[in-house]
Design a protein. Structure first.
Length: 255
């Protein structure tokens, strides 16, 4: 990681020759290639990317969250627009309303009604998510069931009362933060917590904390960049990124 961050290409090559894994992630979910790219070491980033493509024996990197469940976040793919477009086309979407997830409750046999996240394939919500919409969706990752999952905010297109009709699910409702989240199973709770932290972060930082200009999303919803070309954050090594550890929703401005 330090070699990639510092742009030390010879050291990176030496590590790769001795079996270094190009898909390891930092606690914030950045791969070595992303670190090199972030610090503007293009040659180093390109070398690591080529190593990653050729290393087919390495399994997907999995994040085990602090609240249960696991999620393959594919942090190394967030800047690959073609890959993200493909996953949007066949992906499943978690609808969020004012940073809270939409769920449905269903009774199974004699058991109590279970609370489950409402995940919809894009084909069923094409009116809410376009096939090439990379500005308004957030890539969460691949679940253990193999579904590539995104979060999308529907606050501006529906009221709480309209949600069952718009999503064609009579049981659909918004889940309360407490005690609602504790009614989810660990896997769903982890996914909902991750989605909420990102949604809340996007809501709070629509404007650049350095110059006050508007920002836009990047890296499949995991970065925001200032639209003001003259802003200090657009000179040198920069980005406004959401912390991926789920510990808080802090903004990190790296200059």
């Amino acid at each position: 990681m330090w070699a990639a961050k510092g742009g030390h290409l010879d050291t990176v090559k030496l590590l790769q020759e001795h079996g270094a894994n190009p898909r390891l992630l930092t606690p914030s979910g950045l791969s070595p290639g992303e670190l090199a790219l972030l610090w503007r070491h293009g040659e180093c980033a390109a070398y690591i990317e080529n190593c990653d493509r050729s290393n087919t024996a390495v399994d997907d990197v999995t994040l085990v969250t602090s609240i249960g469940g696991s999620l393959s976040r594919h942090a190394d793919k967030r800047l690959d627009k073609d890959w993200i477009r493909e996953k949007i086309r066949d992906g499943h979407f978690l609808m969020m309303h004012r940073s809270l997830p939409v769920v449905f409750r269903r009774k199974s046999g004699t058991k109590k009604r279970s609370t489950n996240l409402l995940l919809k394939p894009r084909t069923e919500i094409s009116g809410l998510v376009k096939e090439d919409d990379q500005e308004n969706v957030i890539f969460l990752g691949r679940r253990e069931d193999g579904k590539y999952t995104f979060a999308v905010d529907i606050s501006d297109v529906s009221t709480e009362a309209d949600i069952p009709r718009i999503l064609d699910c009579p049981e659909a409702e918004i889940l309360s933060l407490y005690p609602g989240f504790f009614k989810l199973d660990p896997e769903d709770r982890a996914l909902a917590g991750f989605a909420r932290s990102l949604m809340d972060w996007h809501f709070r930082y629509k404007f650049c904390p350095t110059c006050g200009s508007r920002t836009k999303t990047k890296a499949a919803g995991h970065k925001r960049v200032c639209l003001n070309d003259q802003c200090a954050t657009n000179r040198g090594t920069q980005t406004i990124s959401c912390d991926g550890t789920l510990k808080d929703t802090s903004v990190y401005v790296l200059t």
